[in-house]
Design a protein around this ligand. Structure first.
Ligand code: SAH
Length: 244
Protein backbone atom coordinates (compact mmCIF):
# COMPACT_ATOMS: atom_id res chain seq x y z
CA UNK A 1 0.00 0.00 0.00
CA UNK A 2 2.85 2.32 1.03
CA UNK A 3 4.74 1.47 -2.18
CA UNK A 4 1.60 2.18 -4.24
CA UNK A 5 1.12 5.56 -2.50
CA UNK A 6 4.74 6.48 -3.19
CA UNK A 7 4.37 5.64 -6.90
CA UNK A 8 1.19 7.67 -7.21
CA UNK A 9 2.94 10.64 -5.64
CA UNK A 10 5.86 10.25 -8.05
CA UNK A 11 3.48 9.96 -10.98
CA UNK A 12 1.63 13.14 -9.91
CA UNK A 13 4.94 14.96 -9.56
CA UNK A 14 5.96 13.81 -13.02
CA UNK A 15 2.65 15.03 -14.47
CA UNK A 16 3.14 18.41 -12.81
CA UNK A 17 6.70 18.72 -14.15
CA UNK A 18 5.55 17.79 -17.67
CA UNK A 19 2.66 20.29 -17.47
CA UNK A 20 4.96 23.04 -16.19
CA UNK A 21 7.55 22.58 -18.93
CA UNK A 22 4.84 22.04 -21.51
CA UNK A 23 3.24 25.40 -20.67
CA UNK A 24 6.61 27.10 -20.67
CA UNK A 25 7.60 25.61 -24.00
CA UNK A 26 4.24 26.75 -25.41
CA UNK A 27 4.57 30.32 -24.10
CA UNK A 28 8.18 30.43 -25.34
CA UNK A 29 7.14 29.34 -28.80
CA UNK A 30 4.22 31.82 -28.73
CA UNK A 31 6.66 34.58 -27.80
CA UNK A 32 9.00 33.64 -30.64
CA UNK A 33 6.14 33.47 -33.12
CA UNK A 34 5.05 36.99 -32.09
CA UNK A 35 8.61 38.31 -32.34
CA UNK A 36 8.87 36.88 -35.84
CA UNK A 37 5.49 38.37 -36.83
CA UNK A 38 6.56 41.75 -35.45
CA UNK A 39 9.87 41.64 -37.26
CA UNK A 40 8.11 40.81 -40.52
CA UNK A 41 5.57 43.58 -39.94
CA UNK A 42 8.39 46.13 -39.60
CA UNK A 43 10.37 44.83 -42.59
CA UNK A 44 7.54 44.29 -45.04
CA UNK A 45 4.91 46.88 -44.08
CA UNK A 46 7.13 49.70 -42.87
CA UNK A 47 10.71 49.47 -44.14
CA UNK A 48 9.82 48.27 -47.64
CA UNK A 49 7.35 51.17 -47.94
CA UNK A 50 10.07 53.69 -47.28
CA UNK A 51 10.39 54.40 -43.54
CA UNK A 52 14.12 54.62 -42.74
CA UNK A 53 14.40 56.33 -39.32
CA UNK A 54 16.39 53.79 -37.26
CA UNK A 55 14.80 54.82 -33.96
CA UNK A 56 11.29 54.38 -35.37
CA UNK A 57 12.12 50.93 -36.76
CA UNK A 58 13.79 49.88 -33.50
CA UNK A 59 10.81 51.09 -31.41
CA UNK A 60 8.33 49.26 -33.63
CA UNK A 61 10.41 46.07 -33.37
CA UNK A 62 10.40 46.23 -29.59
CA UNK A 63 6.88 47.36 -28.53
CA UNK A 64 4.58 44.28 -28.20
CA UNK A 65 1.69 45.52 -30.39
CA UNK A 66 -0.42 42.42 -29.58
CA UNK A 67 -0.64 43.59 -25.93
CA UNK A 68 -2.48 46.73 -27.12
CA UNK A 69 -5.06 44.92 -29.25
CA UNK A 70 -7.97 43.45 -27.25
CA UNK A 71 -9.55 40.04 -27.91
CA UNK A 72 -10.85 38.81 -30.32
CA UNK A 73 -8.51 40.84 -32.55
CA UNK A 74 -5.20 40.07 -30.80
CA UNK A 75 -4.25 37.44 -33.35
CA UNK A 76 -4.41 40.10 -36.10
CA UNK A 77 -2.19 42.57 -34.20
CA UNK A 78 0.67 42.28 -36.73
CA UNK A 79 -1.55 42.44 -39.83
CA UNK A 80 -1.47 45.34 -42.28
CA UNK A 81 -4.66 46.95 -40.95
CA UNK A 82 -6.21 49.19 -38.28
CA UNK A 83 -8.16 47.23 -35.60
CA UNK A 84 -11.01 47.95 -33.14
CA UNK A 85 -9.97 48.76 -29.55
CA UNK A 86 -13.43 49.38 -28.02
CA UNK A 87 -15.71 52.44 -27.68
CA UNK A 88 -15.94 52.53 -31.50
CA UNK A 89 -12.26 53.54 -31.73
CA UNK A 90 -9.34 51.98 -33.60
CA UNK A 91 -5.59 51.42 -33.28
CA UNK A 92 -3.96 52.76 -36.46
CA UNK A 93 -2.47 50.52 -39.13
CA UNK A 94 1.23 49.82 -38.31
CA UNK A 95 2.44 51.64 -41.44
CA UNK A 96 0.55 54.82 -40.48
CA UNK A 97 2.11 54.71 -37.00
CA UNK A 98 5.59 54.34 -38.56
CA UNK A 99 4.95 57.02 -41.18
CA UNK A 100 3.58 59.60 -38.71
CA UNK A 101 6.30 58.93 -36.14
CA UNK A 102 9.04 59.33 -38.75
CA UNK A 103 7.47 62.57 -40.00
CA UNK A 104 7.90 64.05 -36.49
CA UNK A 105 11.72 63.79 -36.87
CA UNK A 106 12.07 62.94 -33.16
CA UNK A 107 15.21 63.45 -31.07
CA UNK A 108 16.01 61.62 -27.81
CA UNK A 109 15.55 64.74 -25.66
CA UNK A 110 12.17 65.73 -27.19
CA UNK A 111 8.98 66.30 -25.21
CA UNK A 112 5.97 65.09 -27.19
CA UNK A 113 2.21 65.61 -26.92
CA UNK A 114 -0.23 63.06 -28.32
CA UNK A 115 -3.97 63.71 -28.73
CA UNK A 116 -5.95 60.44 -28.82
CA UNK A 117 -4.22 57.86 -26.56
CA UNK A 118 -6.58 55.07 -27.64
CA UNK A 119 -4.84 51.77 -26.85
CA UNK A 120 -1.60 53.50 -25.79
CA UNK A 121 0.42 51.86 -28.62
CA UNK A 122 1.50 55.08 -30.31
CA UNK A 123 2.42 56.54 -26.90
CA UNK A 124 4.67 53.52 -26.23
CA UNK A 125 6.41 53.97 -29.60
CA UNK A 126 7.03 57.65 -28.78
CA UNK A 127 8.26 56.78 -25.28
CA UNK A 128 10.85 54.38 -26.75
CA UNK A 129 12.34 57.24 -28.78
CA UNK A 130 11.85 60.43 -26.72
CA UNK A 131 12.43 61.81 -23.28
CA UNK A 132 8.81 62.33 -22.27
CA UNK A 133 5.32 61.77 -23.65
CA UNK A 134 2.07 63.54 -22.66
CA UNK A 135 -1.07 61.96 -24.02
CA UNK A 136 -4.76 62.86 -23.75
CA UNK A 137 -7.75 60.55 -24.33
CA UNK A 138 -11.40 61.63 -24.24
CA UNK A 139 -12.84 58.19 -23.28
CA UNK A 140 -12.25 57.41 -19.61
CA UNK A 141 -12.35 53.64 -20.23
CA UNK A 142 -9.60 53.81 -22.88
CA UNK A 143 -7.44 56.22 -20.86
CA UNK A 144 -7.50 54.01 -17.78
CA UNK A 145 -6.91 50.79 -19.71
CA UNK A 146 -3.95 52.35 -21.55
CA UNK A 147 -2.55 53.67 -18.26
CA UNK A 148 -2.63 50.25 -16.60
CA UNK A 149 -1.07 48.55 -19.62
CA UNK A 150 1.73 51.12 -20.08
CA UNK A 151 2.55 50.87 -16.35
CA UNK A 152 2.67 47.08 -16.54
CA UNK A 153 5.07 47.31 -19.48
CA UNK A 154 7.36 49.52 -17.38
CA UNK A 155 6.99 52.90 -19.13
CA UNK A 156 7.81 55.67 -16.66
CA UNK A 157 8.05 58.58 -19.12
CA UNK A 158 4.38 58.68 -20.22
CA UNK A 159 1.73 60.85 -18.55
CA UNK A 160 -1.91 60.20 -19.49
CA UNK A 161 -4.86 62.52 -18.96
CA UNK A 162 -8.52 61.77 -19.49
CA UNK A 163 -10.16 64.75 -21.19
CA UNK A 164 -10.59 66.79 -24.35
CA UNK A 165 -7.28 67.22 -26.19
CA UNK A 166 -8.55 69.99 -28.49
CA UNK A 167 -7.12 72.57 -26.06
CA UNK A 168 -3.77 70.75 -25.79
CA UNK A 169 -2.00 70.50 -22.41
CA UNK A 170 -1.13 74.03 -21.43
CA UNK A 171 0.64 73.10 -18.20
CA UNK A 172 3.45 71.21 -19.99
CA UNK A 173 3.68 73.29 -23.19
CA UNK A 174 5.62 74.01 -25.34
CA UNK A 175 6.16 70.66 -27.04
CA UNK A 176 8.93 69.73 -29.49
CA UNK A 177 6.46 67.54 -31.34
CA UNK A 178 2.68 67.02 -31.40
CA UNK A 179 0.92 64.02 -32.91
CA UNK A 180 -2.85 63.91 -33.29
CA UNK A 181 -4.52 60.57 -34.02
CA UNK A 182 -8.14 61.76 -34.41
CA UNK A 183 -9.34 64.15 -37.09
CA UNK A 184 -10.85 67.61 -36.49
CA UNK A 185 -12.21 69.58 -39.44
CA UNK A 186 -9.69 72.36 -38.82
CA UNK A 187 -6.28 72.26 -37.16
CA UNK A 188 -6.87 73.49 -33.57
CA UNK A 189 -5.28 76.88 -32.74
CA UNK A 190 -4.22 75.91 -29.17
CA UNK A 191 -2.15 73.02 -30.54
CA UNK A 192 -0.34 75.36 -32.94
CA UNK A 193 0.36 77.74 -30.07
CA UNK A 194 1.75 74.94 -27.89
CA UNK A 195 4.33 73.95 -30.50
CA UNK A 196 7.90 74.95 -29.53
CA UNK A 197 10.23 76.87 -31.84
CA UNK A 198 11.41 74.33 -34.52
CA UNK A 199 8.53 72.10 -33.34
CA UNK A 200 6.75 69.65 -35.66
CA UNK A 201 3.11 68.61 -35.65
CA UNK A 202 1.47 65.77 -37.60
CA UNK A 203 -2.33 65.85 -37.70
CA UNK A 204 -5.16 64.49 -39.86
CA UNK A 205 -7.80 67.11 -40.68
CA UNK A 206 -10.78 67.62 -42.94
CA UNK A 207 -14.32 66.47 -43.40
CA UNK A 208 -15.28 62.85 -42.78
CA UNK A 209 -14.69 61.72 -46.37
CA UNK A 210 -11.86 64.07 -47.43
CA UNK A 211 -9.08 64.04 -44.87
CA UNK A 212 -5.39 64.79 -45.27
CA UNK A 213 -2.46 64.29 -43.01
CA UNK A 214 -0.79 67.67 -42.45
CA UNK A 215 2.77 68.32 -41.36
CA UNK A 216 3.29 71.65 -39.60
CA UNK A 217 6.66 73.16 -38.70
CA UNK A 218 7.15 76.25 -36.51
CA UNK A 219 10.09 78.47 -37.51
CA UNK A 220 10.70 81.92 -36.00
CA UNK A 221 7.21 81.81 -34.54
CA UNK A 222 5.61 81.18 -37.95
CA UNK A 223 3.85 77.96 -38.93
CA UNK A 224 4.45 76.32 -42.29
CA UNK A 225 1.87 73.70 -43.23
CA UNK A 226 1.62 71.11 -45.98
CA UNK A 227 -0.72 68.23 -46.79
CA UNK A 228 1.26 65.02 -47.22
CA UNK A 229 -1.14 62.07 -47.48
CA UNK A 230 -4.87 61.35 -47.91
CA UNK A 231 -6.04 59.42 -44.82
CA UNK A 232 -9.08 58.27 -42.85
CA UNK A 233 -9.08 58.74 -39.07
CA UNK A 234 -11.81 58.62 -36.43
CA UNK A 235 -13.20 62.13 -35.75
CA UNK A 236 -11.94 64.39 -32.97
CA UNK A 237 -14.93 64.91 -30.65
CA UNK A 238 -15.77 67.08 -27.66
CA UNK A 239 -17.12 65.95 -24.26
CA UNK A 240 -20.68 65.88 -25.71
CA UNK A 241 -19.56 63.55 -28.48
CA UNK A 242 -19.90 66.26 -31.19
CA UNK A 243 -17.17 66.44 -33.78
CA UNK A 244 -14.75 69.33 -34.03
N1 SAH B 1 -3.09 56.56 -30.93
C1 SAH B 1 -4.05 55.50 -30.71
C2 SAH B 1 -5.12 55.48 -31.78
C3 SAH B 1 -6.27 56.19 -31.29
S1 SAH B 1 -7.68 56.38 -32.30
C4 SAH B 1 -3.39 54.17 -30.54
O1 SAH B 1 -2.16 54.06 -30.70
O2 SAH B 1 -4.08 53.22 -30.21
C5 SAH B 1 -8.08 58.04 -31.86
C6 SAH B 1 -8.41 58.28 -30.42
O3 SAH B 1 -8.69 59.66 -30.26
C7 SAH B 1 -9.62 57.54 -29.91
O4 SAH B 1 -9.27 56.75 -28.83
C8 SAH B 1 -10.59 58.65 -29.50
O5 SAH B 1 -11.36 58.33 -28.37
C9 SAH B 1 -9.64 59.80 -29.23
N2 SAH B 1 -10.22 61.15 -29.28
C10 SAH B 1 -11.20 61.64 -30.08
N3 SAH B 1 -11.44 62.94 -29.82
C11 SAH B 1 -10.57 63.29 -28.83
C12 SAH B 1 -10.32 64.50 -28.12
N4 SAH B 1 -11.00 65.64 -28.36
N5 SAH B 1 -9.34 64.50 -27.17
C13 SAH B 1 -8.66 63.37 -26.89
N6 SAH B 1 -8.85 62.19 -27.52
C14 SAH B 1 -9.79 62.15 -28.48
Amino acid sequence: MKILKGSIEKLMLLILVVLFYGCHAQSDSERHARERARDRMVTEQIQWRGVTDKNVLRAMRSVPRHAFVPEPYTEYAYDDTPLPIGDGQTISQPYIVGYMTEALDLKPFDKVLEIGTGSGYQAAILAEICDSVYTIEIFESLASRAGILLDSLGYTNIRIRNGDGHQGWHEYAPFDAIIVTCAPEKIPEPLQEQLAENGRMIIPAGERSIQYLYLLVKKKGKIRERAILPVRFVPMINEEGKRY
